[in-house]
Design a protein around this ligand. Structure first.
Ligand code: PGA
Length: 250
């Protein structure tokens, strides 16, 4: 059985005052039947990890460099994330693929280094609206999955997040059939590459405008093992109902 995962991506939001939301979240979930992850901005990771110690909430980064150290001004390495208390890292988010020209090959190299540092990677895939309208969604997903995921991926170190770019921050979501189609496709591609046993353990998250009001129906979709949540993860009052919906879907 795959343990479900509710992951929050705070993106470039939050100064230390935002840690009170994390505290409220922790207090609302003294125990949990699902994994809960918050990925705050890098400046808050160490404080967040201390706050979340001995709670069911885990802390992750939003990116890391492909090298373990070196002359890379402004970058953060995977060992730095683990040292700060992170257990996970988001890689290949569409905002990084777009804003920082990140290729799937680069994301692959980042993931390999992150795995070597003991981090669980959340590797993000997703098509643009133009690509969906052109009927090339599955080709794009296949290409991003094949080239972003390193050979050493396992159910323990890798989570895949399907995030249609046009659904992120827009309030739009694909139909449930469209979500099922892509998630089933990702599962079958993982089976072909890694074998049924490994593939059956890798969690697949849906991301893009997940809210308390649509979480139940999304979590009922085949091969959806949780969500990667942006805007609705910033406030405990929005994120908790999503976590609760995922617990009820277990
Ligand atoms: P959103 O973002 O929930 O605000 O649409 C999702 C994401 O980018 O992970």
């Amino acid at each position: 059985m795959r343990r479900k995962l509710a992951a929050g991506n705070w993106k470039m939001n939050g100064t230390s005052a935002a840690l009170s939301e994390l505290e409220t979240l922790i207090n609302a979930h003294p125990t949990a039947d699902v994994d809960i992850l918050i990925c705050p901005p890098a400046t808050l990771i160490a404080q967040a990890a201390k706050t979340a110690l001995k709670s069911p909430v885990q802390i992750g980064g939003q990116d890391c460099h492909s090298a373990e150290s070196g002359a890379h001004t402004g970058d953060i390495s995977a060992p730095m994330l683990t040292d700060a208390g992170a257990s996970h890292v988001i890689l290949g988010h569409s905002e990084r693929r777009e804003n920082h020209n990140e290729s799937s090959m680069l994301i692959h190299d980042k993931a390999r280094t992150a795995h070597q540092s003991g981090l669980i990677t959340l590797i993000c895939l997703g098509e643009s609206l133009a690509q969906r309208e052109a009927g090339s969604t599955l080709d794009i997903i296949a290409d991003q999955l094949a080239n972003s995921t390193p050979d050493g991926a396992t159910a323990t170190n890798t989570v895949i997040a399907y995030e249609p770019i046009w659904a992120i921050g827009t309030g739009l979501i694909p139909t449930l059939d469209q979500i099922a189609e892509v998630h089933d496709f990702i599962r079958s591609k993982l089976e072909t590459r890694f074998g049924d046993q490994t593939a059956s353990g890798i969690r697949l998250l849906y991301g893009g405008s997940v809210k308390p009001g649509n979480a139940d129906e999304i979590f009922a979709v085949s091969n959806v093992d949780g969500a990667l949540v942006g805007g609705a993860s910033l406030k405990e009052a929005d994120f908790s109902p999503i976590i609760n919906a995922l617990e009820h879907a277990v």
